[in-house]
Ligand binder design. Sequence first.
Ligand code: ATP
Length: 233
Amino acid sequence: MLELKNVCAGYRRLEILHDVSLTVGEKEIVSLIGANGAGKTTTLRAVAGIIKATGGEILLGGKPVQSQRADEIVRAGMLHVAQDRALFGDLDVIENLEMGAYSQPRSSIKASLDQVFDLFPILATRRTQRANTMSGGQQQMLAIGRALMARPTCLTLDEPSVGLAPNLAAQVITAITQIRDTGVTVLIVEQNASQALAISDRAYVIESGAIVLEGSGAELADDPRVRAAYLGT
Ligand code: ATP
């Protein structure tokens, strides 16, 4: 579904990603773990077209997207939920969700809203609340919900549980498995490696802009190098 082949990318002349290759199969959850500054966010930005890959290929459903604009990549079915969530703070829950459906036919909006409210019932009770008055956890749910309104085939999530109270983080993580179960492919970057690995079909470890380990979520959770460096055990 999503494939990176020898992707190089960075900022101006500074190359951050060096030949990053990874694949996310249809309906898989794949996580990318690594230390601060390893290049996790940069990888997701390259996939979303926010920064341009300077080398290699990014394939979505077999089609190269590395030369496409960010909005074209969204139309191709790839939605990115950034760490800062980028909500419309002065707009309410419904307005934010409807913004996410801008490329969809109006006739499909009700069904998409129902799907988001099934996943995050709290949003249904806060329909008219302005986004910037909501808690961090509710904002994260709204950001994921807004991405789902575009009916993605592939979703990338940048540290969705960062800064959330443990019970809210767990709710968000559970919702990610439910999203995958509806047929969406998920690439997730998480600071909380143990929670991410627990729900991942497969995972990659990135260090200094290069992939250094890959395996199933369970294999990496058991790997002594991962345990020492990322799980604090
Ligand atoms: P974190 O968890 O801290 O976000 P990360 O693995 O996501 O870590 P990136 O945000 O991808 O790391 O950063 C990788 C490198 O790119 C870091 O050295 C960072 O300083 C640098 N970097 C990130 N954003 C920019 C930018 N806009 N301009 C220049 N350098 C940047």
